[in-house]
Structure formats: C-alpha cells, structure tokens
Ligand binder design. Structure first.
Ligand code: ATP
Length: 139
C-alpha cells in the first residue's frame, strides 16, 4: 500500500517544490489539516501558515501566505499565493512589512484598510516565524 503521494507546491511565479511526501500539514480555512497517502478528495483554502512536509529524505518547511490545497487521487497540489523556504526570506523586509501593517492598524482609517493590514501582518508574521524557527534549529 502506497505510503507516499506526489506533492507539488506552485505559486503564480514558479514551481517551488515537487516531491514524494508522506505527510503535509498546513492551516486550512477550517483549522489545521494533515494529509497522508490515500486521503479522500479535498479542496480547501489555506491561511497564512507554515506548510510542513514530511518525506523520506528529510522534512521541509515553507512559509505560505494563502492559497488552496487540492487532494486528487494520489496527487496533492498546493496552489500558494507565495511559498518561501526560510533561507529565501529577507528578514528585514518581513520586519518592515510587519511594522507597516501594525502602524496602519494603529491608524484605523476604515474597515477595508484594516482588513488589508491584518492580512499583510499575517504574511509578515508567518515569514518571521519560519526565519526564527530556522535560527533556533541552527544553534
Ligand atoms: P512586502 O510589503 O514586503 O512586499 P508582502 O507580504 O506584501 O510584503 P507578497 O505580496 O506576499 O509581499 O509577495 C510578493 C513577492 O515578494 C513574492 O514573490 C514573495 O515571495 C516575495 N516576498 C515578500 N516578502 C518577502 C520576504 N520578506 N523575503 C523574501 N521574499 C519576499
């Protein structure tokens, strides 16, 4: 019985990852979801979160800033708004984005601005979370 499935992580810009995976975990619209081989067909939205990928030759973690996950047959596709490995994240840029979003939230100009600032903040926070995790695992 197959214990792995074909995983592909793509963004509008490029294919970030294609591999055989044993498990993926990410935060969907309804909460954290885990997908293993032979999962039932599924389409779900993805919240800004860390996509955890377990595979035979080592685990991988990507910062995802939203998108969709589809399970079809033995293939799992993550259509990500953006997807970055820790080493590809510019920490200062994420810190600046976080500060900008926090400043906008403090101004409170209107509901639309507030919603935009909240998602921008969530994007910056997930990037910073992955960078921090890697910094701690490297010591
Ligand atoms: P910023 O305000 O800094 O542009 P953002 O959250 O609005 O941040 P996105 O729209 O999510 O940026 O991403 C636009 C492009 O820039 C994507 O290709 C994304 O991978 C890349 N990107 C965004 N922030 C970073 C970062 N801190 N480090 C590396 N790449 C980033």
């Amino acid at each position: 019985m197959a214990t792995t499935f074909a995983l592909s992580v793509v963004t509008p810009e490029h294919e970030v990852l294609r591999c055989d995976a044993e498990l993926v975990i990410v935060r969907g619209g309804g909460g954290e979801i885990g997908v293993m081989a032979r999962h039932i067909p599924l389409v779900t939205s993805i919240e800004p979160s860390i996509l955890q990928i377990k595979k035979a030759d080592g685990d991988d973690r990507l910062a995802i800033t939203g998108g969709f996950l589809e399970v079809r047959g033995d293939a799992v596709t993550v259509l990500a708004r953006t997807a970055e490995r820790a080493e590809d994240i510019d920490k200062n840029r994420a810190l600046e984005a976080k500060e900008r979003a926090e400043a906008r939230l403090a101004e409170r100009h209107g509901e639309i601005d507030e919603a935009r600032a909240k998602v921008a903040l969530a994007r910056a926070l997930v990037r910073l979370q992955l960078v921090e995790e890697q910094a701690h695992s490297a010591v």
